[in-house]
Design a protein around this ligand. Structure first.
Ligand code: GRF
Length: 189
């Protein structure tokens, strides 16, 4: 049984969340899903696997500090050491960054620093570039700006639509996130 505990932060479909929880040899145990959208499909995926879910609505709080302080105490209650962002669509604030310094990873569907922020796949298609990719990086206070851990390139085909490109990118994401998590956890052991 793994003893290092981790949480995934996700607000959408949750294909990366699913890939992580189904990975048999991950060097940590995903014990909590944190979700800021009460209707997100990822919540059902967690429930089906019996993984605890912390759902919050940022609109119910006065400030980021207020909900992040609550989050930090919840994460500590589960003895969580690592946070993996996978489609958590908001900037991480000071409280989480201080509590989990160099322990927060994010996955982004482009070769950062190109195409940060929303709809990175659409941005790449719009720009007409011949390749894009996937990046796993440490999270800092900026938008997709933290130190890069791993990247993998994906060629853009002439016939690609955003759906076909997203499908290839997701397949790589599911593998690359696992690789990056293994790499960083091994690095601090
Ligand atoms: C992924 O493309 C990830 O790179 C980005 O958000 C998307 C989440 O997809 N940060 P899913 O919900 O894991 O399917």
């Amino acid at each position: 049984m793994n003893t290092i505990k981790a949480a995934v932060f996700a607000s959408g479909t949750g294909s990366n969340f699913q890939a992580l929880i189904e990975q048999a040899d991950l060097p940590c145990e995903i014990v909590l899903l944190v979700c800021d959208r009460p209707n997100a499909p990822v919540i059902d995926k967690a429930k089906q696997k019996g993984i605890a879910v912390h759902i919050f609505n940022p609109k119910d709080y006065q400030s980021k500090g207020e909900y992040e302080k609550e989050l930090v105490s919840e994460l500590k209650r589960y003895q969580i050491e690592w946070l993996f962002l996978a489609g958590y669509m908001r900037l991480v604030g000071r409280d989480l960054l201080e509590a989990y310094s160099e322990r927060i990873l994010n996955i982004h569907p482009s070769l950062l620093p190109d195409f940060p922020g929303l709809d990175a796949i659409g941005q790449a298609l719009e720009a007409g570039v011949s390749e894009t990719g996937v990046t796993v990086h440490y999270v800092d206070a900026g938008m997709d700006t933290g130190p890069i851990i791993m990247q993998e390139t994906v060629r853009i085909l002439e016939e690609d639509t955003s759906e076909s490109l997203a499908e290839r990118i997701h397949t790589i994401e599911h593998r690359l996130y696992v690789q990056a998590i293994k790499h960083v956890i091994k690095g601090v052991q």
